[in-house]
Design a protein around this ligand. Structure first.
Ligand code: ARG
Length: 461
Protein backbone atom coordinates (compact mmCIF):
# COMPACT_ATOMS: atom_id res chain seq x y z
CA UNK A 1 0.00 0.00 0.00
CA UNK A 2 1.37 3.39 -1.01
CA UNK A 3 1.57 6.19 1.50
CA UNK A 4 -1.69 8.12 1.67
CA UNK A 5 -1.59 11.74 0.48
CA UNK A 6 -3.46 12.64 3.69
CA UNK A 7 -2.19 10.02 6.16
CA UNK A 8 -0.37 12.21 8.73
CA UNK A 9 -3.47 13.56 10.44
CA UNK A 10 -4.70 10.04 11.02
CA UNK A 11 -3.70 8.49 14.37
CA UNK A 12 -4.15 5.00 12.98
CA UNK A 13 -4.33 3.04 9.77
CA UNK A 14 -7.55 2.85 7.83
CA UNK A 15 -9.31 -0.49 7.70
CA UNK A 16 -8.40 -2.53 4.63
CA UNK A 17 -12.09 -2.69 3.83
CA UNK A 18 -12.15 1.12 3.75
CA UNK A 19 -9.14 1.13 1.44
CA UNK A 20 -10.83 -1.31 -0.89
CA UNK A 21 -14.16 0.45 -0.76
CA UNK A 22 -12.82 3.95 -1.41
CA UNK A 23 -10.25 3.05 -4.06
CA UNK A 24 -10.89 4.19 -7.62
CA UNK A 25 -7.65 3.13 -9.30
CA UNK A 26 -9.35 0.15 -10.95
CA UNK A 27 -11.28 2.52 -13.20
CA UNK A 28 -9.64 5.95 -13.02
CA UNK A 29 -6.33 4.50 -14.21
CA UNK A 30 -7.49 5.23 -17.71
CA UNK A 31 -7.10 8.93 -16.91
CA UNK A 32 -3.36 8.50 -16.27
CA UNK A 33 -2.27 10.25 -19.46
CA UNK A 34 -4.34 13.34 -18.71
CA UNK A 35 -3.29 13.34 -15.08
CA UNK A 36 0.37 13.40 -16.10
CA UNK A 37 -0.10 16.06 -18.78
CA UNK A 38 -2.03 18.20 -16.30
CA UNK A 39 0.72 17.77 -13.73
CA UNK A 40 3.42 18.72 -16.22
CA UNK A 41 1.62 21.96 -17.04
CA UNK A 42 1.02 22.63 -13.36
CA UNK A 43 4.69 22.04 -12.43
CA UNK A 44 5.93 24.30 -15.24
CA UNK A 45 3.61 27.05 -14.04
CA UNK A 46 4.75 26.62 -10.41
CA UNK A 47 8.35 26.98 -11.59
CA UNK A 48 7.68 30.02 -13.79
CA UNK A 49 5.79 31.73 -10.99
CA UNK A 50 8.68 30.97 -8.61
CA UNK A 51 6.29 29.19 -6.27
CA UNK A 52 8.76 26.31 -6.35
CA UNK A 53 12.42 26.55 -7.47
CA UNK A 54 12.71 26.12 -11.24
CA UNK A 55 15.29 23.39 -10.76
CA UNK A 56 12.77 21.30 -8.88
CA UNK A 57 10.04 22.15 -11.37
CA UNK A 58 12.31 20.88 -14.15
CA UNK A 59 13.01 17.68 -12.23
CA UNK A 60 9.29 17.11 -11.78
CA UNK A 61 8.60 17.73 -15.49
CA UNK A 62 11.40 15.36 -16.51
CA UNK A 63 10.18 12.69 -14.11
CA UNK A 64 6.61 13.00 -15.34
CA UNK A 65 7.72 12.84 -18.97
CA UNK A 66 9.55 9.61 -18.21
CA UNK A 67 6.41 8.20 -16.56
CA UNK A 68 4.38 9.28 -19.60
CA UNK A 69 6.80 7.46 -21.91
CA UNK A 70 6.44 4.30 -19.83
CA UNK A 71 2.69 4.64 -20.02
CA UNK A 72 2.76 5.03 -23.81
CA UNK A 73 5.01 2.01 -24.16
CA UNK A 74 2.70 -0.04 -21.94
CA UNK A 75 5.45 -0.33 -19.34
CA UNK A 76 3.53 1.54 -16.66
CA UNK A 77 2.46 -0.92 -13.96
CA UNK A 78 -0.57 0.38 -12.11
CA UNK A 79 -0.49 -0.15 -8.38
CA UNK A 80 -3.96 -1.44 -7.64
CA UNK A 81 -3.30 -0.82 -3.94
CA UNK A 82 -3.08 2.94 -4.59
CA UNK A 83 -6.11 5.00 -3.63
CA UNK A 84 -6.47 6.54 -7.05
CA UNK A 85 -4.62 7.43 -10.22
CA UNK A 86 -3.32 10.65 -8.66
CA UNK A 87 -1.68 8.87 -5.72
CA UNK A 88 -0.27 6.21 -8.05
CA UNK A 89 1.50 8.76 -10.24
CA UNK A 90 2.68 10.79 -7.24
CA UNK A 91 4.25 7.63 -5.73
CA UNK A 92 6.01 6.81 -8.97
CA UNK A 93 7.34 10.33 -9.22
CA UNK A 94 8.72 10.15 -5.69
CA UNK A 95 10.49 6.93 -6.64
CA UNK A 96 11.92 8.55 -9.75
CA UNK A 97 13.06 11.99 -8.53
CA UNK A 98 12.88 11.88 -4.74
CA UNK A 99 11.79 14.72 -2.45
CA UNK A 100 11.20 17.31 -5.21
CA UNK A 101 8.12 15.28 -6.15
CA UNK A 102 6.41 16.42 -2.97
CA UNK A 103 6.26 19.97 -4.33
CA UNK A 104 4.04 18.99 -7.28
CA UNK A 105 0.86 19.08 -5.25
CA UNK A 106 1.45 22.72 -4.26
CA UNK A 107 -1.63 24.86 -4.94
CA UNK A 108 -3.60 21.86 -6.09
CA UNK A 109 -6.12 19.43 -4.68
CA UNK A 110 -7.32 16.15 -6.10
CA UNK A 111 -10.69 17.88 -6.33
CA UNK A 112 -9.59 20.23 -9.11
CA UNK A 113 -7.15 17.65 -10.47
CA UNK A 114 -9.86 15.07 -11.18
CA UNK A 115 -12.11 17.73 -12.69
CA UNK A 116 -9.24 18.60 -15.05
CA UNK A 117 -8.56 14.97 -15.95
CA UNK A 118 -12.15 14.20 -16.92
CA UNK A 119 -12.46 17.38 -18.94
CA UNK A 120 -9.32 16.53 -20.92
CA UNK A 121 -10.48 12.94 -21.41
CA UNK A 122 -13.93 14.01 -22.54
CA UNK A 123 -12.61 16.54 -25.03
CA UNK A 124 -10.47 13.92 -26.72
CA UNK A 125 -13.17 11.25 -26.72
CA UNK A 126 -15.80 13.58 -28.14
CA UNK A 127 -13.49 14.45 -31.01
CA UNK A 128 -13.03 10.77 -31.78
CA UNK A 129 -16.74 10.02 -31.44
CA UNK A 130 -17.64 12.78 -33.88
CA UNK A 131 -15.13 11.40 -36.39
CA UNK A 132 -16.62 7.92 -35.99
CA UNK A 133 -20.16 9.21 -36.53
CA UNK A 134 -18.92 10.89 -39.73
CA UNK A 135 -17.49 7.55 -40.88
CA UNK A 136 -20.86 5.92 -40.30
CA UNK A 137 -22.56 8.69 -42.26
CA UNK A 138 -20.16 8.05 -45.13
CA UNK A 139 -20.89 4.34 -45.05
CA UNK A 140 -24.64 4.96 -45.18
CA UNK A 141 -24.20 7.56 -47.92
CA UNK A 142 -22.32 5.04 -50.08
CA UNK A 143 -25.19 2.55 -49.79
CA UNK A 144 -27.64 5.32 -50.71
CA UNK A 145 -25.60 6.35 -53.73
CA UNK A 146 -25.12 2.80 -54.98
CA UNK A 147 -28.91 2.30 -54.89
CA UNK A 148 -30.03 5.74 -55.93
CA UNK A 149 -32.88 4.58 -58.17
CA UNK A 150 -34.32 1.92 -55.86
CA UNK A 151 -37.85 2.65 -54.68
CA UNK A 152 -39.24 1.02 -51.55
CA UNK A 153 -42.66 1.11 -49.99
CA UNK A 154 -42.38 3.59 -47.12
CA UNK A 155 -44.14 2.70 -43.87
CA UNK A 156 -46.03 4.54 -41.17
CA UNK A 157 -47.30 2.56 -38.16
CA UNK A 158 -45.35 -0.28 -39.78
CA UNK A 159 -48.10 -0.43 -42.45
CA UNK A 160 -47.30 0.20 -46.11
CA UNK A 161 -47.82 3.90 -46.78
CA UNK A 162 -46.30 5.56 -49.85
CA UNK A 163 -43.38 4.98 -52.18
CA UNK A 164 -40.07 6.59 -51.27
CA UNK A 165 -36.57 6.27 -52.60
CA UNK A 166 -34.42 3.93 -50.51
CA UNK A 167 -31.72 6.61 -50.73
CA UNK A 168 -34.13 9.16 -49.26
CA UNK A 169 -34.83 6.85 -46.34
CA UNK A 170 -31.11 6.31 -45.78
CA UNK A 171 -30.37 10.04 -45.98
CA UNK A 172 -32.87 10.53 -43.15
CA UNK A 173 -30.37 8.69 -40.92
CA UNK A 174 -27.66 11.16 -41.93
CA UNK A 175 -29.76 14.09 -40.78
CA UNK A 176 -30.17 12.71 -37.25
CA UNK A 177 -26.51 11.75 -37.04
CA UNK A 178 -25.49 15.23 -38.16
CA UNK A 179 -27.46 16.73 -35.27
CA UNK A 180 -25.79 14.20 -32.96
CA UNK A 181 -22.36 15.46 -34.05
CA UNK A 182 -23.41 19.05 -33.54
CA UNK A 183 -24.73 18.26 -30.06
CA UNK A 184 -21.52 16.47 -29.11
CA UNK A 185 -19.36 19.33 -30.38
CA UNK A 186 -21.49 21.68 -28.36
CA UNK A 187 -20.95 19.56 -25.24
CA UNK A 188 -17.22 19.73 -25.98
CA UNK A 189 -17.40 23.50 -25.66
CA UNK A 190 -18.65 23.12 -22.08
CA UNK A 191 -15.89 20.60 -21.30
CA UNK A 192 -13.28 22.92 -22.78
CA UNK A 193 -12.91 25.03 -19.63
CA UNK A 194 -9.88 24.59 -17.39
CA UNK A 195 -10.63 24.07 -13.66
CA UNK A 196 -7.12 23.61 -12.21
CA UNK A 197 -6.17 26.24 -9.63
CA UNK A 198 -9.55 25.99 -7.93
CA UNK A 199 -7.79 23.73 -5.42
CA UNK A 200 -10.03 22.09 -2.81
CA UNK A 201 -12.85 24.62 -3.28
CA UNK A 202 -11.65 28.14 -2.47
CA UNK A 203 -8.62 28.85 -4.66
CA UNK A 204 -5.20 29.59 -3.17
CA UNK A 205 -3.11 32.38 -1.65
CA UNK A 206 -0.17 31.35 -3.85
CA UNK A 207 0.46 33.40 -6.99
CA UNK A 208 -0.55 30.81 -9.57
CA UNK A 209 -1.12 31.59 -13.25
CA UNK A 210 -4.20 29.68 -14.31
CA UNK A 211 -4.22 31.16 -17.83
CA UNK A 212 -0.74 29.76 -18.50
CA UNK A 213 -1.95 26.27 -17.57
CA UNK A 214 -5.03 26.77 -19.75
CA UNK A 215 -2.85 27.69 -22.74
CA UNK A 216 -0.40 24.87 -22.23
CA UNK A 217 -3.18 22.29 -22.02
CA UNK A 218 -5.03 23.69 -25.04
CA UNK A 219 -8.18 24.79 -23.22
CA UNK A 220 -10.29 27.68 -24.50
CA UNK A 221 -11.16 29.24 -21.14
CA UNK A 222 -10.63 28.95 -17.40
CA UNK A 223 -13.46 28.32 -14.96
CA UNK A 224 -14.76 31.43 -13.23
CA UNK A 225 -15.72 30.07 -9.82
CA UNK A 226 -13.60 27.69 -7.76
CA UNK A 227 -16.59 26.13 -5.95
CA UNK A 228 -18.41 25.44 -9.20
CA UNK A 229 -15.19 23.99 -10.69
CA UNK A 230 -14.92 21.18 -8.15
CA UNK A 231 -18.65 20.75 -7.72
CA UNK A 232 -20.40 20.36 -11.02
CA UNK A 233 -20.43 17.56 -13.52
CA UNK A 234 -23.05 19.02 -15.81
CA UNK A 235 -20.59 18.78 -18.72
CA UNK A 236 -20.60 14.99 -18.26
CA UNK A 237 -24.37 14.83 -18.01
CA UNK A 238 -24.60 16.86 -21.18
CA UNK A 239 -22.22 14.60 -23.10
CA UNK A 240 -24.03 11.49 -21.85
CA UNK A 241 -27.40 12.97 -22.83
CA UNK A 242 -26.00 13.54 -26.31
CA UNK A 243 -24.71 9.98 -26.42
CA UNK A 244 -28.08 8.71 -25.25
CA UNK A 245 -29.79 10.56 -28.10
CA UNK A 246 -27.19 9.30 -30.57
CA UNK A 247 -27.75 5.77 -29.36
CA UNK A 248 -31.50 6.11 -29.79
CA UNK A 249 -30.76 6.92 -33.41
CA UNK A 250 -28.41 3.97 -33.72
CA UNK A 251 -30.99 1.59 -32.23
CA UNK A 252 -33.66 2.78 -34.64
CA UNK A 253 -31.37 2.32 -37.63
CA UNK A 254 -30.54 -1.17 -36.34
CA UNK A 255 -34.24 -1.95 -35.97
CA UNK A 256 -35.00 -0.88 -39.56
CA UNK A 257 -32.24 -3.15 -40.82
CA UNK A 258 -33.43 -6.06 -38.66
CA UNK A 259 -36.91 -5.74 -40.14
CA UNK A 260 -35.62 -5.30 -43.67
CA UNK A 261 -33.51 -8.46 -43.34
CA UNK A 262 -36.51 -10.63 -42.42
CA UNK A 263 -37.93 -13.05 -45.02
CA UNK A 264 -41.18 -11.10 -44.73
CA UNK A 265 -39.61 -7.80 -45.84
CA UNK A 266 -36.60 -9.14 -47.71
CA UNK A 267 -35.38 -5.65 -48.62
CA UNK A 268 -31.75 -6.37 -47.77
CA UNK A 269 -29.28 -9.16 -47.24
CA UNK A 270 -26.70 -8.78 -44.51
CA UNK A 271 -23.48 -10.61 -45.26
CA UNK A 272 -22.90 -13.83 -43.32
CA UNK A 273 -19.82 -12.27 -41.75
CA UNK A 274 -22.13 -10.02 -39.71
CA UNK A 275 -24.71 -12.63 -38.71
CA UNK A 276 -24.78 -15.68 -36.48
CA UNK A 277 -26.55 -19.02 -36.62
CA UNK A 278 -28.67 -21.11 -34.29
CA UNK A 279 -27.42 -24.05 -32.27
CA UNK A 280 -30.64 -25.94 -32.90
CA UNK A 281 -32.20 -24.61 -36.10
CA UNK A 282 -29.77 -25.25 -38.95
CA UNK A 283 -31.55 -22.92 -41.36
CA UNK A 284 -31.15 -19.77 -39.26
CA UNK A 285 -29.15 -16.68 -40.17
CA UNK A 286 -29.73 -14.19 -37.40
CA UNK A 287 -28.92 -10.46 -37.32
CA UNK A 288 -27.35 -10.69 -33.84
CA UNK A 289 -24.95 -7.82 -34.39
CA UNK A 290 -27.84 -5.49 -35.03
CA UNK A 291 -29.80 -6.90 -32.12
CA UNK A 292 -26.86 -6.30 -29.82
CA UNK A 293 -26.57 -2.74 -31.11
CA UNK A 294 -30.25 -2.28 -30.31
CA UNK A 295 -29.72 -3.83 -26.89
CA UNK A 296 -26.50 -2.03 -25.92
CA UNK A 297 -28.26 1.27 -26.28
CA UNK A 298 -30.09 0.49 -23.04
CA UNK A 299 -26.75 0.62 -21.23
CA UNK A 300 -26.05 4.14 -22.48
CA UNK A 301 -29.46 5.31 -21.33
CA UNK A 302 -28.80 3.65 -17.97
CA UNK A 303 -25.46 5.46 -17.76
CA UNK A 304 -27.18 8.80 -18.25
CA UNK A 305 -29.74 7.94 -15.57
CA UNK A 306 -27.09 6.81 -13.15
CA UNK A 307 -25.14 10.06 -13.36
CA UNK A 308 -28.31 12.13 -13.05
CA UNK A 309 -29.28 10.22 -9.94
CA UNK A 310 -25.73 10.51 -8.60
CA UNK A 311 -25.78 14.29 -8.92
CA UNK A 312 -29.33 14.92 -7.75
CA UNK A 313 -29.45 16.68 -4.39
CA UNK A 314 -25.67 16.59 -3.77
CA UNK A 315 -24.52 19.42 -1.54
CA UNK A 316 -22.43 22.06 -3.30
CA UNK A 317 -18.69 21.71 -3.77
CA UNK A 318 -16.77 18.41 -3.81
CA UNK A 319 -18.25 15.22 -2.38
CA UNK A 320 -16.73 11.81 -2.77
CA UNK A 321 -19.87 10.63 -4.56
CA UNK A 322 -18.37 12.41 -7.55
CA UNK A 323 -15.83 9.63 -7.88
CA UNK A 324 -18.67 7.49 -9.18
CA UNK A 325 -19.21 9.69 -12.22
CA UNK A 326 -16.50 7.81 -14.08
CA UNK A 327 -17.87 4.26 -14.54
CA UNK A 328 -21.03 5.46 -16.33
CA UNK A 329 -19.04 8.00 -18.34
CA UNK A 330 -16.52 5.41 -19.52
CA UNK A 331 -19.18 2.81 -20.16
CA UNK A 332 -21.29 5.12 -22.32
CA UNK A 333 -18.29 6.19 -24.40
CA UNK A 334 -16.97 2.64 -24.82
CA UNK A 335 -20.39 1.29 -25.74
CA UNK A 336 -21.11 3.93 -28.35
CA UNK A 337 -17.62 3.58 -29.85
CA UNK A 338 -18.03 -0.20 -30.09
CA UNK A 339 -21.38 0.23 -31.83
CA UNK A 340 -20.06 2.81 -34.27
CA UNK A 341 -17.01 0.74 -35.12
CA UNK A 342 -19.02 -2.30 -36.23
CA UNK A 343 -21.89 -0.33 -37.75
CA UNK A 344 -19.55 1.39 -40.23
CA UNK A 345 -18.42 -1.98 -41.61
CA UNK A 346 -21.82 -3.65 -41.41
CA UNK A 347 -23.24 -1.00 -43.75
CA UNK A 348 -20.54 -1.90 -46.28
CA UNK A 349 -21.80 -5.49 -46.17
CA UNK A 350 -25.44 -4.92 -47.05
CA UNK A 351 -26.87 -6.01 -50.39
CA UNK A 352 -30.15 -4.44 -51.49
CA UNK A 353 -32.63 -7.04 -52.77
CA UNK A 354 -33.87 -4.98 -55.71
CA UNK A 355 -36.00 -7.73 -57.26
CA UNK A 356 -37.85 -8.60 -54.07
CA UNK A 357 -38.47 -4.93 -53.35
CA UNK A 358 -39.85 -4.29 -56.85
CA UNK A 359 -42.48 -7.03 -56.32
CA UNK A 360 -43.92 -5.03 -53.41
CA UNK A 361 -44.56 -1.98 -55.52
CA UNK A 362 -47.41 -3.52 -57.48
CA UNK A 363 -49.86 -2.80 -54.64
CA UNK A 364 -51.67 0.26 -55.94
CA UNK A 365 -52.84 1.38 -52.51
CA UNK A 366 -49.37 2.89 -52.33
CA UNK A 367 -50.58 5.52 -54.81
CA UNK A 368 -53.81 6.53 -53.05
CA UNK A 369 -52.45 9.94 -52.03
CA UNK A 370 -51.27 10.52 -55.59
CA UNK A 371 -54.84 10.00 -56.81
CA UNK A 372 -56.12 12.33 -54.05
CA UNK A 373 -53.68 14.99 -55.21
CA UNK A 374 -54.66 14.37 -58.87
CA UNK A 375 -58.23 15.28 -57.90
CA UNK A 376 -57.15 18.28 -55.81
CA UNK A 377 -55.30 19.60 -58.86
CA UNK A 378 -58.63 19.37 -60.73
CA UNK A 379 -60.35 21.55 -58.13
CA UNK A 380 -61.84 18.85 -55.88
CA UNK A 381 -61.62 19.68 -52.18
CA UNK A 382 -59.23 17.66 -50.06
CA UNK A 383 -62.11 16.15 -48.03
CA UNK A 384 -64.10 15.07 -51.10
CA UNK A 385 -61.01 13.70 -52.82
CA UNK A 386 -60.17 11.64 -49.73
CA UNK A 387 -63.70 10.21 -49.68
CA UNK A 388 -63.70 9.42 -53.42
CA UNK A 389 -60.36 7.60 -53.28
CA UNK A 390 -61.30 5.90 -50.00
CA UNK A 391 -64.37 4.41 -51.62
CA UNK A 392 -62.46 3.40 -54.73
CA UNK A 393 -59.69 1.72 -52.71
CA UNK A 394 -62.22 -0.11 -50.53
CA UNK A 395 -64.16 -1.45 -53.55
CA UNK A 396 -60.99 -2.52 -55.31
CA UNK A 397 -59.74 -4.35 -52.22
CA UNK A 398 -63.12 -6.03 -51.68
CA UNK A 399 -63.36 -7.17 -55.30
CA UNK A 400 -59.68 -7.99 -55.67
CA UNK A 401 -59.35 -5.42 -58.46
CA UNK A 402 -56.64 -2.92 -59.33
CA UNK A 403 -57.38 0.79 -59.67
CA UNK A 404 -55.58 0.71 -63.01
CA UNK A 405 -58.06 -1.88 -64.30
CA UNK A 406 -61.10 0.39 -63.83
CA UNK A 407 -62.51 1.64 -67.11
CA UNK A 408 -63.78 5.14 -67.83
CA UNK A 409 -67.38 4.52 -66.76
CA UNK A 410 -66.31 2.73 -63.58
CA UNK A 411 -64.08 5.66 -62.73
CA UNK A 412 -66.84 8.17 -63.38
CA UNK A 413 -69.02 6.46 -60.78
CA UNK A 414 -66.62 7.71 -58.15
CA UNK A 415 -66.07 11.21 -59.59
CA UNK A 416 -66.68 13.01 -62.87
CA UNK A 417 -63.16 14.40 -62.51
CA UNK A 418 -61.56 10.96 -62.78
CA UNK A 419 -60.22 10.14 -66.25
CA UNK A 420 -58.42 7.04 -67.52
CA UNK A 421 -55.23 9.13 -67.51
CA UNK A 422 -54.92 8.42 -63.78
CA UNK A 423 -53.18 5.23 -64.94
CA UNK A 424 -50.21 7.45 -65.74
CA UNK A 425 -49.69 8.19 -62.06
CA UNK A 426 -50.16 4.63 -60.83
CA UNK A 427 -46.51 3.75 -60.87
CA UNK A 428 -43.80 3.86 -58.24
CA UNK A 429 -41.45 5.95 -60.34
CA UNK A 430 -44.17 8.49 -61.16
CA UNK A 431 -45.22 8.53 -57.53
CA UNK A 432 -41.76 9.48 -56.22
CA UNK A 433 -41.16 11.87 -59.13
CA UNK A 434 -44.26 13.83 -58.20
CA UNK A 435 -42.93 14.62 -54.68
CA UNK A 436 -41.13 17.78 -55.67
CA UNK A 437 -41.70 19.76 -52.47
CA UNK A 438 -38.42 20.73 -50.81
CA UNK A 439 -37.10 17.82 -48.76
CA UNK A 440 -39.37 15.37 -50.61
CA UNK A 441 -38.48 12.06 -52.22
CA UNK A 442 -38.27 13.27 -55.84
CA UNK A 443 -35.21 11.62 -57.48
CA UNK A 444 -33.73 14.93 -58.64
CA UNK A 445 -34.00 16.39 -55.16
CA UNK A 446 -32.52 13.26 -53.58
CA UNK A 447 -29.64 13.32 -56.05
CA UNK A 448 -28.92 16.89 -55.00
CA UNK A 449 -29.02 15.86 -51.34
CA UNK A 450 -26.56 13.06 -52.02
CA UNK A 451 -24.20 15.57 -53.65
CA UNK A 452 -24.58 17.97 -50.71
CA UNK A 453 -23.78 15.22 -48.25
CA UNK A 454 -20.75 14.15 -50.26
CA UNK A 455 -19.43 17.68 -50.11
CA UNK A 456 -20.24 18.12 -46.42
CA UNK A 457 -18.76 14.84 -45.26
CA UNK A 458 -15.67 14.89 -47.44
CA UNK A 459 -14.94 18.39 -46.23
CA UNK A 460 -14.89 17.20 -42.64
CA UNK A 461 -13.14 13.85 -42.76
N1 ARG B 1 -11.01 9.95 -6.75
C1 ARG B 1 -11.73 11.19 -6.57
C2 ARG B 1 -12.70 11.39 -7.72
O1 ARG B 1 -12.66 10.65 -8.65
C3 ARG B 1 -10.79 12.34 -6.49
C4 ARG B 1 -10.15 12.36 -5.17
C5 ARG B 1 -10.72 13.38 -4.29
N2 ARG B 1 -10.68 12.85 -3.00
C6 ARG B 1 -10.85 13.57 -1.88
N3 ARG B 1 -10.82 12.96 -0.80
N4 ARG B 1 -11.07 14.83 -1.92
O2 ARG B 1 -13.51 12.29 -7.69
Amino acid sequence: MSKKLWGTRFPKKTCTLTDKFTSSIAFDKRLAKYDILGSIAHARMLGKQRIIPSKEANAIVQGLNAILKDLEKGKFKFDLAAEDVHSNIQDLLVKKIGAAAFKLHTARSRNDQIALDIRMYLKEEVKELVEMVALLQNSILKLAKANQKVIIPGYTHLQMAQCVLLAHHLLAYLEGLERDKARLLDAKERADIMPLGSCALSGTSLAIDRKAVMKELGFKKITENSIDSVSDRDFIIEALADLAILSVHLSRIAEDLILWATKEFNFIDIDFSFCTGSSIMPHKKNPDVLELIRGSVGKVQGDLSSILVLMKGLPSSYNRDLQLDKPPLFDAIDTVKDILEIFVVLFQNIVVEKGAIACRLTDESLFSVDVVEYLIKKGVSYRDAHDIVGKMVRDCLDKGKKISSLNRSELKKYSPKLEPDIKNILSAWKSVSLKTSYGGTNPGLVEKQIKNWEKKLNARI
